[in-house]
Design a protein around this ligand. Structure first.
Ligand SMILES: Cc1cc2nc3c(=O)[nH]c(=O)nc-3n(C[C@H](O)[C@H](O)[C@H](O)COP(=O)(O)OP(=O)(O)OC[C@H]3O[C@@H](n4cnc5c(N)ncnc54)[C@H](O)[C@@H]3O)c2cc1C
Ligand code: SF4
Ligand code: SF4
Length: 676
């Protein structure tokens, strides 16, 4: 490696578009110090490196100076990294041979302070040049994905997603585990909000809506509907999933380019916890519509009705909407109606209005904390409850009690088969709630409808259209290109412990049981580096963030060494600089793709090499871009602290903190708190 490095020709470019760095740094001194570094053949300061003219200058210099590695230093260089990478490629060079140096937050002033800022800049750029010397070319690959899509679940979400996908020209297999399509929706009567405009004109009821969709799907030759069918196994990755399906005709394997999960949610009846059974005076909310229809028809003797919600956990807006809707329908049929609840949640479009309408129509609301005592006797129901607002014990008899079910995440077995992450309640977790709400943690697997979270019928329609759009974005180009800037496994070192398989949040590790080694699926890998940090045999490297590259960058670290996640810590540093904050001298920031990439060896080596304190900055656990990164980093840091304590060292020398990308104030607080 040393021989190879000695032959490198490194070019250093300093980008100062608004002449901001020029006020802080003595460029002459900086350039002369950088020119004396090993392998550095040119140092250039430019104000136009983000413009066409400056980019042309870069291309020319790359060629004329025969450069092999590149360093671009700037304040917040990540803002233009893509642009510079593209220019390298245009010049026939590899974008991964570029290392950036972040000059955010340098001391600003004249005289002694300017000297200090210049020295800081020298240190930061030198670290990037050390890293550049270890960078390797990374190539790009392409696959041709299958244009067939599997949709799992034929409730409203699955039916509408299948229809949208077929409309975009995809061949769709729609599988439904039960014997009928329509999921929850087919059994509902009377929705609390208008049906989507597409169907509203017909004034369709939910069951009729499902029938219409079913007919459309059966007529569409691009969609194959398989009832009583389940997926039992899946192999492969995005573009080339092989799904093993089992149904009335036995088992078969089919290749799909993408999978859409529309498995919905599952109802849990709270009746057993109330020691009640379904009977004429006690029914569940999902079945209330038909019964209330019969009231409207004036066919029965029910005159007093109670709706009971929040028996288990407090229920969300979909259930609240459904309760208010059915309660109002009953009230409009001139029945006396009471709603028993812990809270009324109206934070969704139209619910506040519905609640007001319910009150104005004379529906009586009782807020309880302790579960009411309920007895079903002689065809009616007696309810004793303490009204928290009035502070009174109430006891009434009702002819009908409607109890709202709890809803939990749908099919746990399906989640495990597909190796998808669930949230705290096991609803399927999106990859990034803000950016990609319909993409799961695994590339090529999408989630839509109530399996993601309880939602209304119109939301389901919007979701399905968005999901079809996301699938089309992935498969529409006919090829999927991806860089091999991924994890890579040294098979000779792998001891087949399965750790990487378990920790990868994106299902990108496959175990080869014939050769007893783990393998990375490069198309599925999102390059978080969590597996590399967790592998006990140190068999995994993350390309572009290898152990050698990071160790070279750290070099002989200053007193305070910061490892910052590029999604949060690195950006928060720029936010802090915008607020006028300066990095204290003796501080160095090393960028990581995710806090989950930090490994024990890097921390302990850095301490050994002279860092007094190490600060690791990552996203908040629940917002981690790679789902598990912050949680894993947290566990690792706890373990290191324990080891430091056992060795008689101060465990507080290693600190992990969480923040968001815009939180400059927190960044400052954490860095100042660690400054030595
Ligand atoms: C009581 C109640 C009242 C409601 N009232 C309203 C209302 O008034 N207005 C409104 O807008 N919304 C209402 N909703 C919400 C609405 O019903 C849901 O948004 C909608 O049904 C969600 O559709 P879905 O297809 O996502 O899920 P589901 O309807 O749950 O469908 C999922 C389907 O997937 C199938 N499936 C599951 N796992 C597998 C597997 N492994 N393989 C194959 N198939 C599988 C299931 O059998 C099912 O058919 C209400 C919901 C409830 C529960
Ligand atoms: S964690 Fe490392 S040793 Fe264990 S299976 Fe994965 S690569 Fe092999
Ligand atoms: S780098 Fe991240 S996404 Fe890639 S295999 Fe490792 S853990 Fe999975």
């Amino acid at each position: 490696m040393v021989d190879k490095i000695q032959k490198l020709r490194i070019g250093i470019f300093i980008s100062d578009p608004d002449r901001y760095l020029g006020k802080k740094i003595d460029f002459k001194v900086l350039a002369s110090k950088l020119r004396s570094l090993p392998n550095v053949v040119t140092v250039q300061v430019r104000t136009d490196l983000a413009d066409e003219k400056g980019l042309d200058f870069l291309s020319r210099t790359f060629r004329e100076k025969k450069l092999k590695r590149f360093v671009i230093a700037a304040a917040a260089p990540w803002l233009h990294e893509e642009l510079w990478g593209n220019r390298l490629e245009k010049a026939g060079l590899n974008r991964y041979l570029l290392a950036t140096a972040d000059l955010t937050g340098l001391e600003c002033s004249t005289g002694k302070r300017k000297k200090q800022a210049t020295l800081q800049a020298v240190e930061i750029i030198t670290a990037a040049a050390r890293r550049a010397a270890y960078l390797e070319k990374i190539t790009r690959e392409e696959i041709k994905p299958s244009a067939q899509v599997l949709v799992i679940g034929a409730g409203l979400a699955g039916l509408s997603a299948a229809k949208e996908l077929a409309g975009r020209g995809y061949r769709v297999s729609l599988i439904e585990e039960s014997g009928a399509v329509g999921g929850i929706t087919k059994d509902l009567t009377g929705l609390y909000e208008d049906l989507p405009s597409l169907y509203a004109g017909d004034r369709l009821q939910p069951a009729a809506l499902i029938e219409t969709l079913k007919n459309e799907i059966e007529r569409d030759r691009r969609i194959d509907l398989f009832l009583s069918t389940r997926i039992i196994k899946i192999r492969g990755q995005v573009g080339d999933f092989t799904a093993e399906l089992t149904g009335p005709d036995g088992k078969r394997s089919v290749i799909f380019g993408a999978i859409v999960v529309a498995g919905g949610m599952k109802a849990v009846s709270p009746l057993p916890s109330l020691k009640l059974k379904e009977s004429t005076p006690v029914i569940l909310l999902s079945k209330a519509g038909h019964r209330i229809n019969s009231l409207t028809a004036g066919k029965n003797t029910v005159s007093k009705i109670a709706f009971l919600m929040d028996v288990g956990k407090e229920q969300g807006v979909v259930t609240t909407g459904a309760v208010l809707n059915q309660a109002l329908r009953a009230r409009k049929a001139e029945r006396e109606v009471t709603v028993l609840c812990k809270n009324i949640r109206v934070a969704a479009p139209g619910l506040e209005k519905l609640y007001r309408e319910a009150r104005e129509n004379g529906i009586f609301f009782v807020k309880y904390r302790k579960t009411p005592k309920i007895e079903a006797v002689n065809g009616s129901v007696s309810v004793s409850v303490r009204d928290e607002l009035m502070g009174e014990e109430l006891r009434s008899n009702y002819d009908l009690l409607v109890v709202a079910e709890d809803y939990i995440a749908g099919d746990e077995a399906l989640r495990k088969i597909l190796r998808l992450k669930g949230d705290q309640e096991n609803f399927l977790q999106e990859d990034n709630v803000w950016l990609y709400p319909n993409e799961s943690s695994r590339r090529g697997i999408f989630i839509t409808g109530a399996c993601r979270e309880p939602m209304t019928v119109s939301q389901v329609f919007e979701e399905s259209a968005a999901t079809a759009g996301a699938v089309d974005e992935l498969l529409g180009e006919k090829t999927i290109a991806f860089d091999l800037a991924t994890a890579t496994i040294d098979e000779d070192k792998c001891v087949f412990c399965l750790t990487c398989y378990r920790v990868c949040p994106h299902g990108a590790i496959e175990m080869d049981f014939t050769r007893n080694v783990a393998r990375v699926s490069e198309i599925a890998c999102r390059a978080c580096g969590i597996c590399a940090a967790e592998c006990p045999a140190r068999a995994i490297q993350l390309r572009h963030y290898t152990d050698d590259q990071l160790a070279a960058e750290v070099g002989s670290p200053p007193q305070l060494l910061i490892f910052a996640c590029e999604q949060s810590g690195v950006r928060a540093a720029a936010a802090a600089a915008e607020l006028g904050w300066k990095f204290p001298p003796g501080t160095m920031m090393v960028r990581l793709p995710c806090a989950g990439k930090i490994d024990s060896a890097l921390i302990l080596n850095s301490l050994q090499k002279g860092a007094e304190k190490i600060l690791i900055l990552g996203c908040h656990r629940e917002n981690c871009h790679y789902l598990q990164g912050s949680t894993r980093a947290d566990k690792r840091v706890e373990e290191i602290k324990r080891r430091l304590q056992e060795a008689g060292l101060d465990p507080e020398r290693v600190v992990l903190a969480n923040l968001i990308s815009k939180d400059g104030a927190k960044f400052r607080k954490y860095v100042e708190g660690c400054s030595v």
